[in-house]
Design a protein around this ligand. Structure first.
Ligand SMILES: Cc1cc2nc3c(=O)[nH]c(=O)nc-3n(C[C@H](O)[C@H](O)[C@H](O)COP(=O)(O)OP(=O)(O)OC[C@H]3O[C@@H](n4cnc5c(N)ncnc54)[C@H](O)[C@@H]3O)c2cc1C
Ligand SMILES: Cc1cc2nc3c(=O)[nH]c(=O)nc-3n(C[C@H](O)[C@H](O)[C@H](O)COP(=O)(O)O)c2cc1C
Length: 791
């Protein structure tokens, strides 16, 4: 087979040498526009794991690379005059030039032809090749030429960065954060050989412009960075080798994905590889790893197809199809993690640098990709993590425990106004549709009572309605009369007498989503009842689902006053029933949410149009309730922080909504999302709504509740420890297991938890069984130490 690799970076060179090694009869050429020693960049890092993979495929190259490695374990943070260091992260670094030279030498040794100083214009120039590898990097000409087939999606990110080097040697992966009069800069630094470290400086576009760096040439830029980080550089210079770049040498990262990775150009098969087909931001340091692993996978596919010398066109097409199928998921997973990490660095100046104390900032930074969890950090550096757990516990008002065992963040108390929750877990409000005439009965007593005994700090009763026509279904509970109040009081009293959990109520009005069946009746949730319907009200006369749900009446000012007063009456009854906490439901397309979202509020008066107008009535309701609710009891507001529909509420709006409720006296924002429009396209995943809680907390400066696919103690611990939220609401897992919190504590080996006295003999048994199960699993497959998340 005749193979031409256009581009002699890690992807092209490594593929060439692996294929030549696999079958020396192949005729392989690498065409590179640069000279052999003329390359951009300084060092690259990758993980121990990538090295192991390379060793399986070519031990000679792996040995060579290993001899040139800088290896280190620690990450060190410098911010606001503090230095914090944690270990166990396991990186390897190597100079990019050194890496390429090793790959070039190995290519020559195996008989690959290397052609330098040749700028390949097109794959068509190599018409006699059976296979053209487009390994021509991020600005791939070949990809651009065939853009209609490859369908690249290129997203240019807002931050600016410059890739520099220095002779100051660092013994840890080092992150510097420096504040200037215009904003924050960060440097990502790692040593890659005995004399040099990579020094990448990054900042938001507006900060870069405010410093005039858009007008600066490369020398001015280097001088600027040297001055900014002078103290840390200790007199060493910064250097650029970006001769190939023009202008100021500052770049924007481009995230690239392609729908199609290969094609047939009429003469040759052409396939994209490495940065040409996908990029991963340097915040996770995996671009080279991806390029090398592409090369390995394609080589493997040829091997699995028989490793023939002559491969016919259909066979090549098959191999290329398999290559894309095999690589796509891994690449996507890594790109997602890289995206999270990149966004963290893009936003850290606005969101975290000033807000978080250095200890918490470090934790947030280490978990930025959301691939590294709390327990994963424990495996990396137990001592550091336990020190941090003690720090969090002290912040939550806990004394140093006598046995010196740290309290996991999930089990630290939380105080707001006059109320202290014993831990950070909430049983999220969940409609049960089991009330009769709005009266909660024995079902609710058992349901909420058992969850109160199950370990959560706060148990939420479901959405409860201030009037009969505010209900979602005829079986929703209410608080419009004293019978209902007294029925609730029975439940509240049980919780207070038999558990140390607190109990909350959520008040809400269904608005345009009212008068529907219980989900298990007829055609299901959000479908109108067959008969007995009541008239609906909403911000506008727009049905939730046109043609399916009833058309509501647009509310008049008199309606607003009446419903506001109904909410106040229900608030007073909630207090009389003894609830500890009150939440106003402004999410999920119900009445107050329908005022806030531009998708459902089409009014042209003072209550429609701008966000300020759309918030006017919900804030009026909230303020009236706050007035009626005792000052020492907390109030939260649940919002849909993202409508997941073009033109709807976005997380940017959520920050503004949170600020408005904060100004009106809200203590926490409960950050849910969606259910405002049947056209929504949510992106689900574990902890998928937590980024909204994080953003609201750290940008609007108000405590938050995270909710949505939080299903393990590890999730809760990471969220609380990183300062992404103050509390975590867990819904569906509590349907399956009322004692979710008790069980999760046992799973992470936290035994210092009080169980209800009646249940105590179950505690030791559960802990023992879980420990045994774990021991058996570990014996069967010892846990590998996770290493090398890259920068
Ligand atoms: C600031 C920064 C820091 C990074 N840090 C890391 C890190 O720590 N770890 C990591 O793994 N990755 C890192 N990367 C990414 C890494 O450099 C790339 O992902 C990796 O080099 C991709 O390899 P490649 O072979 O696909 O492309 P490249 O390395 O870009 O190679 C493409 C080659 O093709 C050549 N070429 C292009 N067009 C033509 C043409 N028309 N004719 C002939 N030759 C051509 C180029 O000269 C180049 O040599 C970083 C990137 C940046 C920008
Ligand atoms: C059966 C059920 C009923 C729900 N009822 C309510 C409710 O009354 N009020 C509310 O704000 N959210 C309600 N939700 C949403 C949950 O509180 C929670 O936000 C959502 O289920 C995501 O959390 P999870 O992934 O832990 O389940 C309900 C969810 C379920 C599964």
């Amino acid at each position: 087979m005749k193979i031409v690799c256009i581009g002699g970076g890690p992807a092209g060179l490594y593929f060439a040498l692996l294929m030549k090694q696999q079958n020396p009869a192949h005729d392989i050429t690498v065409v590179e526009r640069n000279r052999p020693y003329d390359t951009f960049g300084w060092g690259v890092v990758f993980s121990d794991q990538t090295m192991e993979h390379m060793r399986q495929w070519d031990p000679v190259t792996a040995d060579e690379i290993e001899r040139s490695f800088a290896h280190w374990d620690d990450i060190e943070l410098h911010i606001k005059g503090r230095v914090i260091r944690s270990g166990g992260h396991g990186f390897v670094g190597i100079g990019r030039k050194k890496l390429l030279n090793i790959l070039q030498a190995r290519c020559e040794q195996l008989g690959v032809k290397l052609v330098f100083e040749t700028d390949a214009e097109s794959d068509a120039d190599y018409a006699d090749a059976d296979l053209v590898i487009a390994s021509d990097g991020i600005n791939s000409k070949i990809r651009t030429r065939h853009a209609a087939v490859f369908k690249p999606d290129i997203v240019t990110r807002p931050n600016r960065f410059i890739w520099l080097g220095t002779k100051r040697l660092y013994d840890a992966f080092t992150f510097l954060f420096e504040k200037t009069e215009h904003g924050w800069f960060q440097a990502h630094i790692y040593k890659f050989d005995e004399t040099t470290s990579t020094f990448i400086v990054e900042c938001p576009e507006h900060v870069w412009k405010a410093h005039g760096l858009d007008q600066a040439n490369a020398d001015d830029s280097v001088a600027f960075c040297e001055k900014l980080f002078a103290e840390n550089l200790r007199g060493e210079k910064l250097m650029t080798n970006a001769r190939h770049l023009r202008g100021s040498a500052w770049l924007n990262f481009q995230r690239i994905t392609c729908q199609q990775w290969s094609l047939f150009n009429g003469r040759s098969h052409v396939v994209l590889m490495g940065d040409a087909v996908h990029t991963a931001h340097f915040a996770i340091g995996s671009g080279t790893k991806l390029a090398l692993e592409d090369a390995i996978e394609l080589t493997k596919q040829f091997r699995d197809h028989g490793n023939h010398t002559e491969v016919d066109a259909d066979e090549i097409a098959d191999v290329l199809k398999n290559y894309q199928a095999e690589r796509r998921i891994d690449v996507l997973r890594l790109q997602n993690a890289a995206w999270n990490a990149m966004e963290w660095f893009e936003n850290c100046g606005e969101r975290y640098c000033d807000q978080l104390e250095p200890e918490q900032f470090m934790y947030s930074m280490l978990t930025r990709s959301q691939r590294i969890s709390h327990e994963n950090l424990r495996l990396r550096d137990k001592a550091w993590l336990e020190g941090y757990e003690r720090w969090i516990a002290a912040r939550a008002g806990l004394d140093e425990p006598a046995d010196k065992h740290a309290v996991p963040p999930m089990f630290t108390p939380y105080t707001v106004r006059g109320l202290t929750l014993k831990n950070r877990v909430i049983v999220s409000p969940m409609a049960q549709y089991s009330a009769v005439d709005g009266i909660p009965g024995d079902y609710h007593l058992v349901h909420l009572g058992s969850r109160a005994l199950g370990g959560a700090g706060l148990v939420f009763a479901e959405m409860t309605c201030p009037t009969p026509d505010a209900r979602i279904t005829p079986s929703c509970p209410g608080l419009w009369n004293d019978t209902q109040r007294d029925a609730w009081k029975r439940i509240v009293d049980f919780v207070h007498q038999h558990s140390d959990a607190k109990i909350a109520i959520q008040l809400g009005h269904a608005g345009p989503k009212g008068s529907t069946n219980e989900p298990w009746v007829g055609t299901g949730a959000d479908r109108p009842m067959a008969d007995g319907n009541w008239p609906l009200v909403a911000a506008s006369d727009q049905p939730y689902e046109p043609g399916v749900t009833d058309v509501p009446r647009a509310m008049s000012r008199a309606d607003m006053e009446r419903i506001r007063d109904d909410f106040v009456d229900a608030t007073e009854r909630a207090n009389q029933a003894g609830f500890d906490w009150l939440e106003l439901h402004c999410a999920h397309g119900y009445l107050l949410s329908a005022f806030i979202s531009p998708l459902t509020n089409r009014r042209t008066d003072d209550y429609g149009g701008s966000l300020t107008n759309r918030l006017r009535w919900p804030l009026e309701v909230f303020s009236a309730m706050r007035e009626a609710w005792p000052q020492d009891k907390p109030m939260s507001v649940r919002i849909s922080a993202h409508d997941w529909v073009e033109g709807g509420i976005t997380p940017d709006d959520a920050v503004e909504i949170a600020k408005a409720f904060k100004a009106a006296g809200a203590d926490l924002i409960d950050c849910s999302s969606g259910q405002v429009s049947p056209d929504q396209k949510p992106v689900y995943g574990r902890m998928y709504q937590t980024p909204f809680a994080d953003r609201v907390r750290n940008e609007a400066g108000i405590a938050t509740i995270a909710v949505g696919a939080i299903s393990e103690a590890d999730h809760v611990n990471s969220i609380i420890a990183a300062g992404r939220a103050d509390l975590c609401a867990v819904a569906r897992p509590h349907l399956a297991n009322p004692a979710w919190t008790l069980q999760e504590a046992a799973k992470i080996g936290y035994t210092a938890l009080d169980w209800p006295v009646q249940y105590r003999s179950g505690k030791t048994q559960m802990e023992t069984l879980i420990q045994r199960e774990r021991a058996a699993l570990t014996a069967a497959a010892p846990a590998a130490k996770p290493r090398g998340d890259g920068t």
